[in-house]
Design a protein around this ligand. Structure first.
Ligand SMILES: [Zn+2]
Ligand SMILES: [Zn+2]
Length: 382
């Protein structure tokens, strides 16, 4: 099990950041509840209960934080704690039950959980964007800019007209590395290999179009030796994250850094679609493919939010490695970043266990049948 199962509080993040993680866990719990995956539901609700009752109150700004949000979570916490108790009881009952009774009892209990929790989950969650009816919808708008170039505001890709937007049977263990097709150029290929991430890390599916489309969107900046960054939005199904949305935020960049602006706009897009912040993608227009010290801090905040979050780096001029998919090692890298208060570019101390600070992810799969959309906020008002 990963040490970030319940993150200890880091006062550098605002309290609202932790309540966002709490809401994310509730979303995750709802998925497991719908799937009838009671083990994972139990685990996730436990994390939620510990986060809200033990971790967040330790934050130095907790007492000053909005009482409205605290009140909301206090109510949910009560219901969640009850549900955890029921799940605990159910687990014990299942162990002691005979086979014929077991099935019926489990089913009844699942239904009970569904009805008792519907009230609050409905408020927080909106899975309507995943309903089948919307899958066939195509929406591509373009916007004319002063220089005459057309910029895509929103692009949707639909691999097929049927609803098979997620490849069936894409379970773990079938593929050990990721290669992005779409180019004969070796530099544009992305290979993920070797990993030491924990067993509990969920697989991540990405669209085969993702890196190609991102490089396309970034081209104008890349030609001017400026970085470009984007945020990856994913949904969770059957213990796997599927990245379906690429958000290009308003941003400020240099040749070796990129800073997303207006975070609230990004969260609004994620919330609207009930997506998890599954990581980020950025270009290194003239540098090689690696995570800089600033990138490590950015990645740290993504992994605190979601332990599975990834960092994709595209380095079109790197002769040996055009693309890398990285994650901080856990606990090694996570601990180093948690202790580091430096800013700008700086060296990092080595990890306590001698592991590298970050590593290449191995549980990433390209999926040619995955819905994928790009939301470019750079030219939206606000
Ligand atoms: Zn970078
Ligand atoms: Zn640092």
């Amino acid at each position: 099990m990963s040490v970030t199962m319940v993150p200890s509080v880091d006062d550098r993040f605002p309290v609202s950041f932790y309540f966002r993680i709490a809401d994310q866990l509730l979303k995750q719990a709802d998925v497991y509840r719908k799937e009838g995956n009671l083990d994972c539901l139990h685990l996730t609700l436990n994390r939620y209960v510990r986060l809200v009752s033990q971790v967040i109150p330790q934050h130095r700004n907790y007492s000053k934080h909005s009482s409205k949000e605290k009140l909301r979570h206090t109510k949910i916490l009560q219901e969640s704690s009850k549900e955890v108790e029921k799940l605990k009881l159910l687990a014990t009952t299942n162990i002691n039950s005979s086979g014929s009774q077991l099935g019926r009892r489990s089913k009844n209990n699942i239904n009970n959980f569904r009805s008792t929790s519907q009230r609050w989950t409905k408020k927080i969650l909106n899975f309507s964007s995943f309903k089948e009816g919307k899958i066939g919808h195509y929406d591509s708008r373009t916007c004319q800019r002063g220089d005459g170039n057309e910029v895509h505001v929103v692009k949707h890709y639909f691999p097929s007209s049927v609803v098979s937007w997620v490849e069936e049977g894409g379970s773990s263990g079938q593929v050990s590395h990721v290669i992005f097709p779409g180019s004969n150029d070796d530099n544009s290929k992305c290979i993920s290999e070797g990993s030491s991430t924990s067993d509990s890390t969920k697989d991540m599916h990405i669209s085969v179009k993702l890196t190609e489309e991102f490089l396309d969107l970034a081209k104008e900046n890349t030609d001017r030796d400026l970085e470009t960054c984007g945020i990856l939005g994913a949904f969770l199904k059957n213990h796997t994250f599927y990245i379906t949305t690429l958000i290009i935020p308003k941003q400020e960049s240099t040749s070796n850094s990129c800073q997303a602006l207006n975070e609230e706009e990004i969260y609004a897009v994620l919330d609207e679609r009930s997506l998890y912040p599954a990581g980020w993608i950025h270009t290194h227009p003239s540098q090689t493919c690696f995570l800089s010290s600033i990138d490590l801090h950015t990645q740290y905040s993504y992994q605190v939010m979601l332990p599975e979050a990834i960092a994709i780096v595209l380095a079109p001029t790197d002769p040996t490695k055009g693309c890398g998919i990285f994650r901080l090692t856990d606990p090694g890298g996570i601990s180093v970043l948690k202790e580091c208060n430096e800013r700008d570019f700086h060296p990092h101390s080595t990890t306590a266990d001698g592991s590298p600070i970050y590593e290449i992810c191995s549980n990433i799969y390209t999926n040619s049948n995955l819905r994928f959309e790009i939301i470019d906020l750079r030219i939206s008002p606000g």
